[in-house]
Design a binder for this molecule. Structure first.
Ligand code: GLY
Length: 334
C-alpha cells in the first residue's frame, strides 16, 4: 500500500478528514407516496446510523468498525429491508445476504441466505476475520454464526406485518414473475474513510420480496454490490441486483478510479462522481436502476441514484445530513 493512504495527514500536512456515507435503499420514494410518520421515522433511523458510525470515526476509529456499526443500526430498524424488516421469500421465509470489505488488505467476508443472525453484517465480518473463507452460504453460514456466538433471533423478529402484506400483494399478481422490480424498500449500506485514509464498505439486504429458487442478488457478491480498495475507494450499491451483478458495478467503479488515480495522487475533482454516473448509466442501458454510495481515500464522497429517491445520509467532521427524495439534492462533495 502506498504511504499516501496510510498517513494521518494529507499532502498539506492537515489531518485527514473522515467521511461516512450510508444508504437505506432506493426505489419509488416520492413525497406524495410517503406518510409524514414514515418520512420522519426513516430520517430518524438514518440519523441514528450516521451517529453510530460517526462516533467511531470521530475518535480516530477504523472505517471498518464504522461501516459495521452504521450497518447494524440500519439492520435493527424495521423500515429497511435488512436484518429486522427483511422481505419475505415466495415461501414466506427470511433469507438475508450481507458483505463487508476493508480496503487496506482487501479483506472481505460475505454471507448468503442466512435465517437467524440478528446482524448479518457482523456475521460477514466474522467470516472475514474468523474463517479462512470469504463467502459462506445458507445452513453453513447459519451454523458458523451460532459457533461464533453471534446473537440469533426467531423468524418473527425479522418479518414485520408490512412485509407479510407486501408478499401477499405480490402473490396475488397473475403470472410467474414474482419479483418486486420496484425494490422500493431496498438494501442498506455504508462506506467510510477514516483518518488514516483506509476505506471500508458494508451492505446488507433481505433481497427481493417473493424471491425464489435460492436467488442471490448483488449485495453479498464482492465486486458487484460491495467493494473496497485503499487505492480507489469503497462502494455499496442498492437496486435491481441482477444488473449490478452483470456489470460487476462496485469493482468496475473502483477499477476505473484506480486507473484515474496516478501514483497515489487523487483523481481530478468530479472524476469519482463521473465514474459512478457512467456505471449507473450503463446499468440503465441494460434495463436496470439503482443507487451507489462511494467514498475515496482522498475524502471525496458520492451518493447517486437513478430511481426517484434513495434513503441516504452523509457525515463528516463538518456535520451530518440525511435525505430521501430526488429533489433534496446531495450533500456537496469537496
Ligand atoms: N440489491 C439487492 C438485491 O438485489 O438483492
Amino acid at each position: 500500500m502506498s504511504s499516501a493512504a496510510n498517513d494521518v495527514s494529507d499532502r498539506s500536512g492537515q489531518p485527514r478528514a473522515w467521511r461516512l456515507v450510508i444508504h437505506g435503499g432506493c426505489g419509488v420514494l416520492e413525497r406524495e407516496r410517503m406518510t409524514p410518520e414514515d418520512d420522519a421515522a426513516a430520517r430518524t433511523a438514518l440519523e441514528r446510523a450516521l451517529a453510530a458510525g460517526a462516533a467511531i470515526l470521530d475518535r480516530g476509529g477504523s472505517a471498518l468498525d464504522a461501516v459495521e456499526a452504521a450497518g447494524r443500526a440500519l439492520e435493527d430498524d424495521p423500515h429497511f429491508n435488512a436484518g429486522r424488516g427483511s422481505v419475505f421469500t415466495y415461501q414466506g421465509t427470511i433469507e438475508m445476504d450481507a458483505a463487508i470489505m476493508e480496503g487496506e488488505r482487501r479483506g472481505a467476508g460475505a454471507v448468503n441466505g442466512v435465517t437467524a443472525t440478528r446482524n448479518p453484517i457482523s456475521l460477514a465480518r466474522a467470516v472475514m476475520e474468523k474463517s479462512p473463507h470469504v463467502f459462506l452460504s445458507r445452513e453453513g453460514a447459519d451454523e458458523f454464526s451460532r459457533l461464533q456466538g453471534l446473537e440469533q433471533a426467531p423468524p418473527d423478529y425479522f418479518g414485520t406485518p408490512e412485509r407479510r402484506r407486501q408478499l401477499e400483494e405480490l402473490r396475488r399478481q397473475p403470472g410467474e414473475d414474482y419479483f418486486d422490480i420496484d425494490v422500493k424498500y431496498g438494501t442498506v449500506g455504508a462506506v467510510a474513510v477514516d483518518v488514516r485514509g483506509h476505506v471500508a464498505a458494508a451492505t446488507s439486504t433481505g433481497g427481493l420480496t417473493g424471491k425464489r429458487w435460492g436467488r442471490i442478488g448483488d449485495s453479498p457478491v464482492i465486486g458487484a454490490g460491495t467493494y473496497a480498495d485503499d487505492r480507489a475507494g469503497a462502494v455499496s450499491a442498492t437496486g435491481a441486483g441482477e444488473y449490478f451483478l452483470r456489470s460487476a458495478a462496485a469493482h468496475e467503479i473502483c477499477a476505473r478510479l484506480r486507473f484515474s488515480a496516478s501514483q497515489g495522487e487523487p483523481p481530478a475533482p468530479g472524476q469519482a462522481q463521473a465514474i459512478v454516473d457512467s456505471v449507473l448509466g450503463e446499468i440503465e442501458e441494460m434495463g436496470g436502476s439503482g443507487g451507489i454510495i462511494l467514498v475515496t481515500p482522498w475524502g471525496e464522497a458520492v451518493s447517486r441514484f437513478t430511481t426517484p429517491g434513495m434513503y441516504r445520509g452523509e457525515a463528516s467532521p463538518k456535520g451530518r445530513s440525511v435525505a430521501i427524495y430526488g429533489d433534496e439534492g446531495d450533500a456537496p462533495t469537496p
